[in-house]
Design a protein around this ligand. Structure first.
Ligand code: ADP
Ligand code: 5GP
Length: 210
């Protein structure tokens, strides 16, 4: 119905908070998961739980860290148009962002955070131009390697693969106009402060524009 009553109700509604889609990318082990958790503790909001065909690591919970699915299930979700973006990461496993939870959180005017790779970020920029995108850099290659090892989640072969992908990921991210800001995760508190400051400024600017 588009009668006068609907228009009157719309005119009386408080200004709608537009929500914010925050993309966080960076090489494996740089601290994205840690930073995203800290942002949520400070600013609230929700994580987007990606679907992936990679095996679950010890300590990860299905439905919380990822939706762990078979290749067949992933392909069916993709065919059904359920992903906002998807990519094959490290040339081995598929990862995808379910579209529906993102739309629901944005419609509620809240913050939704996606921890996705550069290939995924390129697709999100294309489909959701208002997304705010941060790329996290390591203080050095040696420190990135230390963090991958200290986390103790993968075996030596997987650590080597992730480490050798890091340079390619950083080069891809810095070679184009895609990310709104780059943050070096040297000191965790400092990096989280900077991310929160940027996100808060972006949300305020979006609210003023309406
Ligand atoms: P990602 O999600 O980018 O793969 P994680 O958040 O899992 O990375 O972090 C990898 C490891 O580095 C974890 O053990 C984490 O505690 C550690 N870490 C994160 N940020 C810092 C930091 N600024 N200094 C030292 N260690 C860090
Ligand atoms: P990990 O296996 O370490 O959890 O994640 C490996 C990489 O996949 C990280 O760079 C992470 O950002 C990326 N990733 C996780 N979920 C998604 C997703 O849904 N889409 C894309 N494109 N990348 C993802």
């Amino acid at each position: 119905m588009n009668g006068p009553e609907t228009s009157y109700t719309d005119a009386m509604s408080p200004p709608r908070n537009p929500g914010l889609l925050l993309v966080i990318s960076g090489p494996s082990g740089v601290g994205k998961t840690t930073i995203v958790h800290r942002i949520r503790e400070r600013l609230g909001g929700r994580f987007s739980v990606s679907a992936t065909t990679r095996p679950r690591s010890e300590g990860e919970v299905d439905g919380v860290d990822y939706l762990f699915v078979s290749t067949e299930q992933f392909d069916a979700m993709k065919q059904a148009g359920e992903f906002l973006e998807d990519a094959e990461v490290f040339g081995r496993h598929a990862y995808g962002t379910p579209r529906m939870p993102v739309a629901q959180v944005l419609a509620a005017g809240d913050l939704i955070m996606l921890d996705i790779d550069v290939q995924g970020a390129i697709q999100v920029r294309d489909r959701m131009p208002a997304a705010f995108m941060l790329f996290i850099l390591p203080p050095s290659d040696a420190e990135l390697r230390n963090r991958l090892e200290a986390r103790g989640r993968e075996d030596e072969e997987a650590i080597n693969r992730r480490f050798s992908e890091a340079r390619r990921e950083i080069d891809l991210a810095t070679s184009r106009v895609l990310y709104d800001a780059f943050i070096t995760n040297d000191n965790l508190d400092r990096a989280v402060d900077e991310a929160c400051r940027l996100v808060t400024a972006r949300r305020s600017a979006a609210n003023i524009k309406g």
